[in-house]
Ligand binder design. Structure first.
Ligand code: AMP
Ligand code: MG
Length: 534
């Protein structure tokens, strides 16, 4: 290769693989399923595929990594990000982690279908790990195939980017590639496996460490490796905390608790339900990670879970997310106690989570309602709006956008309330009688409260619209894009990426993407409930 070829090649990326350089590796190099002890990862290469084809890429993530736009269209790009080519400087590996799944310790899980390619060092000194999901088996694949299908890959790719643009901490996605191979999946778990198109997403994050990476080491009493992993994490991802002493580890846990609280508040603000909040799906950086059977609350219902596996227990339903995060943090704390020798600092961290969540929730409620000086005395007004939203099927996203349009110069009458928010109700005519009276009463108190703030309607609307999105990745919108993609039409994926890039803007002409779930989507798989099969 001449130097000129190199300058327009992905080979120009600089890799600085801190994880594999600084942490203990599994001594075995074979790609066979096994329990991996005294190590943080196993080296493993992606499995080559017959027909890499780029479906879509995120130009923002390419920018972040310093990959020029024209390079994304190259054959090389699809080769690398479908797993067919390992670039010079990459050092591919799968991580060892465990996890509590649905409240029970599950032992070793690990990157069963994720392979980290390496850490890209950008010119401004940032380090981003590239991770392929669905690039073939690893020592952690257990009984599964290490692959991913197009439908779940579209969901992960589009949603990670949509979440980023909503301002929610998340792992990112660089690319979505087809492999040209088929993958067998029993989507409904009913004994009818089908051949589906295989796909690979390249995920990007500053760290993919999960609570489960620390839990697995502690469960095996491997204090030495656990300490090294903690020191590594603090040194690389929390450098402001300084050297990893016992006090630093406690402060680090405290910060993980606060970051997790921030993430959960964002989820509750935008109506995101993760669906599988196992401790192996909780990021140490407080990022949303592992987009599986997630969903978006359409009609407001705190008991709603998108995950069919969770339908009976509803452990991971929308309204439970704050307390499940706390439970998960307690498991992480337990895994760190032996490093510090006492439980009390971790108890304090857990308390910090609760305090951060309570405070953050009040701020978020104030922002959603457009009340600038939200105080504890306003809590009943906020709680009541959510209780009313749950009384008849009411679209949460549409409701808050409508609320921002309230004209406070005229008194709230039933007719005015109806005209303002009726479009958010799923059943035509639901907003009448007793329910309409309750809403009107709420609007009277709300308007009184707004008057006390004294903010002009226009300014309030602008502020509310900056936190209450107009466009979210409604479950049916993702499914429509998947249906088209499975027929070879990737245009809708691109269109969704474009719309969801500016989720708070009005975007005239694109209103179809802001409409409430149509009736056909009410019970259709992928639009209402999803299985973990992916
Ligand atoms: P999840 O519920 O998707 O977070 O996955 C839980 C565990 O199962 C993780 O260790 C995954 O790597 C693993 N896993 C999920 N799907 C597959 C698959 N198709 N092949 C191998 N491992 C998988
Ligand atoms: Mg997972």
């Amino acid at each position: 290769m001449t130097p000129d070829d190199r300058s327009c090649s992905l080979e120009q990326l600089t890799f600085d693989n801190r994880f594999t350089r600084e942490l203990p590796a599994d001594p075995l190099a074979t790609n066979a399923r096994r329990q991996v002890r005294l190590s943080c990862y196993s080296r493993v290469n992606p499995t080559p595929v017959v027909g890499p084809q780029l479906v879509a890429h995120s130009r923002e993530v390419a920018d972040l990594l310093g990959i020029p736009a024209e390079m994304a269209a190259s054959k090389e790009f699809a080769q690398v990000f479908a797993g067919n080519r390992v670039l010079k400087g990459m050092d591919p590996f799968a991580m060892c982690y465990g996890g509590h799944q649905f409240g029970n310790w599950a032992g070793q899980l690990g990157d069963g279908r994720a392979i980290n390619l390496g850490e890209v060092l950008t010119p401004n000194g940032q380090c981003w790990t590239l991770q392929l999901k669905g690039a073939g088996p690893t020592p952690y694949s257990r009984t599964a195939d290490g692959l991913a299908v197009l439908r779940s890959s579209v969901r992960e790719f589009v949603c990670s980017e949509a979440m980023h643009h909503l301002g929610v901490p998340t792992t990112r996605a660089l690319s979505l590639c087809l492999t040209g191979e088929k993958v067998m999946r029993d989507m409904f778990y009913n004994g009818n496996p089908q051949a589906e198109p295989g796909a690979v997403v390249c995920r990007v994050a500053q760290s993919f460490l999960r609570f489960g990476n620390f839990e697995i080491l502690n469960s095996r009493n491997d204090l030495e490796t656990n300490r090294r992993l903690v020191e590594f994490t603090i040194r690389n991802d929390f450098p402001h905390l300084g050297e990893a002493t016992s006090e630093t580890i406690a402060r680090w846990f405290h910060e993980v608790c606060e970051r997790t609280a921030t993430m959960i508040i964002h989820w509750m603000r935008v109506g995101f339900v993760h669906g599988v909040m196992n401790t192996d799906n909780m990021s140490i950086l407080g990022l949303t990670i592992d987009y599986g059977p997630y969903g978006w609350v359409e009609d407001y219902n705190p008991g709603w879970t998108p995950n069919t596996t969770d339908a009976s227990g509803r452990r991971y339903c929308f309204g439970n997310q704050p307390k499940i995060a706390l439970w998960n943090l307690a498991q992480l704390g337990n895994a760190l106690i032996p490093l510090v020798g006492e439980a009390q600092p971790f108890q304090k961290g857990i308390e910090a989570y609760s305090a951060a969540y309570e405070l953050g929730r009040e701020t978020m409620w104030g922002q959603k309602l457009g009340i600038t000086s939200f105080q504890s005395t306003d809590t009943p007004l906020a709680e009541e709006v959510f209780s009313l939203l749950g009384m008849a099927e009411t679209d949460m996203t549409l409701f808050f956008r409508a609320l921002a349009r309230l004209d406070t110069k005229t008194e709230p009458t039933p007719a005015k309330v109806q005209a303002l928010v009726e479009e958010a109700f799923y059943s035509p005519g639901a907003l009448k009688g007793d329910l309409l009276a309750k809403w009107t009463d709420w609007f009277c108190r709300y308007q009184e409260r707004l008057k006390a703030d004294g903010l002009a309607d226009g300014i309030r609307k602008e502020r509310m619209n900056a936190v209450n999105p107009k466009y979210v990745l409604r479950n049916y919108l993702a499914q429509e894009a998947i249906d088209l993609a499975e027929q070879g039409d990737f245009g809708r994926i691109q269109e969704l990426l474009d719309v969801l890039r500016l989720p708070y803007d009005e975007q005239p002409g694109r209103e179809r993407f802001a409409q409430k779930r149509p009736d056909w989507a009410r019970h259709r798989a992928g639009c209402s409930m999803l299985s973990c099969s992916s």
